[in-house]
Design a protein around this ligand. Structure first.
Ligand SMILES: [Zn+2]
Length: 234
């Protein structure tokens, strides 16, 4: 796509004015494009996505999402590659179709208006845990419980359906044999969630390779859930 036209704001800062949009909206979109690009690079550098795996999105407003296009390599993503789609996934800006995992992003953005950024990654240790049938929900190391959804075929409408039961209470989930998804108010927080989730999977897999893991007592478990504001899961 061509970049939005630039002009100067009253305070002298550069702003961007797209056809039919306000300067403030365009500046916010351009910032989001750069944040998602940096996020894509970090996910690749950390080994959470390889080749054209994974995708990210940002809710610009109630009606529009900024999302990675199909076939994008997140490690080499450019801000101008991202596309803008409406609530139904119709392309508004950009020259490629949105990611085939688009329904997953739509589902989360609809269910969690408090969240702006959604990250989907093929984090290898989290996938390995799901292949081995290891549930990370009760790992209780330093992170809140991580749910694993039912199996869903990649890039299908099954994926948002299996995720739906976890959207209210959690900020992340493992999609078995596929990857992870996390959502947060900022791109940075969404990245931290993926990083923490993958680290937890790595620790649990290492521990399981050495032997059985001793569970916490019910009281210790309840205490931690209270710290995380998840008493209802106790
Ligand atoms: Zn995927």
């Amino acid at each position: 796509m061509s970049e939005p036209r630039s002009h100067r704001r009253a305070d002298g800062a550069p702003a961007l004015a797209p056809p039919g949009g306000s300067a403030v909206d365009a500046a916010a979109e351009w910032r989001a494009r750069h944040e998602l690009t940096r996020l894509g690079h970090l996910l690749y550098e950390r080994g959470y996505n390889v080749a054209t795996d994974g995708n990210v999105s940002w809710r610009l407003d109630d009606d529009t999402l900024l999302v990675t296009p199909t076939g994008a390599h997140l490690g080499f993503l450019r801000p101008d590659e991202l596309v803008v789609v409406d609530r139904e996934g119709e392309l508004l800006r950009g020259d490629r179709a949105p990611t085939s995992e688009w329904p997953l992003h739509r589902e989360i953005h609809r269910a969690r208006p408090d969240s702006r950024c959604v990250v989907h990654a093929h984090a290898p240790h989290a996938i390995a845990a799901s292949l081995a049938g290891i549930d990370l929900h009760d790992s209780f190391i330093t992170v809140a419980p991580i749910p694993t959804t039912e199996y869903a075929r990649v890039s299908s409408e099954q994926t948002p359906a299996v995720l739906r039961p976890f959207l209210r209470d959690y900020s992340w989930a493992i999609l078995p044999r596929h990857g992870v998804v996390a959502w947060a108010p900022s791109a940075w927080d969404a990245f931290l969630r993926v990083e923490s989730l993958e680290h937890c999977a790595k620790v649990v897999l290492a521990a399981r390779a050495c032997g059985p893991i001793a569970p916490l007592t019910p009281e210790q478990r309840r205490e931690l859930l209270t710290v995380w504001g998840l008493e209802r899961l106790a």
